[in-house]
Design a protein around this ligand. Structure first.
Ligand SMILES: Cc1cc2nc3c(=O)[nH]c(=O)nc-3n(C[C@H](O)[C@H](O)[C@H](O)COP(=O)(O)OP(=O)(O)OC[C@H]3O[C@@H](n4cnc5c(N)ncnc54)[C@H](O)[C@@H]3O)c2cc1C
Length: 409
């Protein structure tokens, strides 16, 4: 570990890696400190039963302008461009075509109200039509998209993402998390090095943790908002504006469970089933992703939180119960739990992706603003419109790196 670097990066997720890649090989000495024992953060591919499974990000959203997609193409990673099956219930099981059309019409009316009659509260739930039978479904969608209920969601923030999203979504059979981690190969990285304090009383700055300390002329902070809001990484003297901005952008919760599928043939590949369109906590089930003998289960918002609180195995049990309800009791014998995530319980992350609280959409710019032109901030939550994604994180990392370079010249 060097005693001093020109630019220190704290946090080795998509944003920190992108910042380090932008800086590596340049004029300035660089070091990336990652608290965990691997690079990638919320991008994480694991291998189970001979399959590469993305426990965190899986979709290259806005793939036509996604820098990770460009990198995958440049480096020859196979890309699956099959459009997502999110909008269609496989064989209309438990959710008829007529119901799906009604629900979609309710979504479109809700979206129109958000845009044209936005309530002064900026609270998305206030734009729901009281008594509408699809409100539970809209809540379930919010759980998947935002990791949070409509009651704690800023309309302005939500629309900023929606308007920027190009609606082109691809996947990587070898794993999005694997791509992000591979992008960190050969960078100056130290793992298992949590930064607990950044001392800004001195020049240079000094970052300290249980591993020791390092001084740096510039620091790029690329940790999740919960880490900043809960002051698990502190500044000395403190930066209360940053703590407040981070608290205005809490991480919502989305979790996955993977079920091995015995005799998968009757199930069509890359199709989807929603567990119960009238349950706001329902799971959503991707059948045979990439044609694999697998069901990928997705939970968001309140549903994800309650299953995570129930403990290990609860998500898989709930998924199997919903799938048996849709597909019949014979299905139970064909499903074997393989893995499930608990992103909220990860002490280095504490959730899945950020959303702005009502009235707090400006927190993204407040969080992203540099301090004294020597402390820079990156991470998905700093993105004005691509927040909650790995490509948004990438762009903020590059931006922070370029701002740090400019500040040194
Ligand atoms: C279940 C799930 C599904 C998702 N699906 C998608 C998807 O399909 N598409 C998409 O684009 N995005 C998706 N996302 C979101 C995406 O994964 C994240 O937005 C993105 O990876 C965040 O990158 P980041 O660099 O901002 O933060 P992180 O990945 O959180 O990286 C921050 C890093 O900082 C480290 N750290 C924390 N504290 C300290 C400290 N004190 N000192 C040093 N290091 C520290 C952490 O260990 C972590 O490695 C999903 C996320 C989840 C959980």
């Amino acid at each position: 570990m060097p005693g001093h670097v020109d630019i220190l990066i704290v946090g080795g997720g998509a944003a920190g890696i992108a910042a380090a890649r932008r800086l590596a090989g340049g004029r300035h000495s660089v070091l990336l400190l990652e608290a965990g024992d691997r690079l990638g953060g919320r991008a994480f591919t694991t291998s189970l039963a001979g399959m590469k499974l993305d426990l965190g990000c899986g979709w290259l959203h806005s793939a036509d302008r996604n820098p990770w997609a460009r990198l995958a193409e440049a480096e020859g990673w196979p890309i699956d461009r099959t459009p997502p099956a999110w909008r269609e219930q496989w064989q209309e099981i438990g959710f008829s075509g007529t119901e799906q059309r009604d629900a979609l019409a309710a979504f479109e009316a809700f979206d129109k109200r958000l845009r044209e009659e936005a309530p002064p509260s900026d609270r998305a739930a206030d734009a729901l039509e009281p008594g509408c039978r699809w409100n539970a479904w809209l809540e379930a969608l919010s759980g998947y998209i935002n990791g949070a209920e409509l009651g704690c969601l800023s309309i302005a923030d939500y629309l900023a993402y929606e308007d920027a999203d190009s609606d082109v979504n691809w996947r990587l059979p070898d794993g999005y998390g694997a791509l992000v981690a591979a992008a960190g190969t050969d960078l100056p990285v130290r793992l298992a090095a949590p930064v607990t304090t950044i001392d800004r009383r001195t020049t240079p700055l000094r970052a300290t943790g249980p591993w020791g300390s390092v001084t740096a002329d510039r620091v790029i902070v690329a940790v999740p908002t919960n880490v900043l809001a809960e002051e698990r990484l502190r500044f000395d003297p403190p930066l209360p504006d940053k703590v407040e901005a981070a608290a205005d952008l809490p991480l919502g919760l989305a979790n996955k469970a993977f079920l091995l599928l015995d005799r998968p043939e009757p199930f069509e590949r890359d199709t989807q089933l929603l567990g119960d369109p009238h349950d706001p906590a329902t799971g959503s089930y991707y059948l045979r992703p990439f044609g694999r003998p697998l069901i990928e289960c997705f939970f968001g918002g309140a549903g994800a939180r309650s299953l995570e609180t129930e403990g290990e195995g609860a998500a898989a049990d709930f998924a199997i119960q919903q799938l048996v309800g849709l597909l019949g009791s014979d299905t139970r014998r064909r499903l074997t739990p393989l893995a499930e995530t608990r992103w909220g319980a990860d002490p280095l992350l504490g959730g899945s992706y950020s959303h702005a609280l009502p009235g707090k959409a400006d927190a993204r710019a407040r969080l992203a603003a540099s301090v004294e032109n020597r402390i820079f901030f990156a991470g998905e939550a700093c993105s004005a419109s691509d927040f909650s994604t790995a490509h948004g994180a990438y762009a903020t990392g590059v931006e922070a790196a370029e701002a740090a370079i400019a500040s040194l010249s």
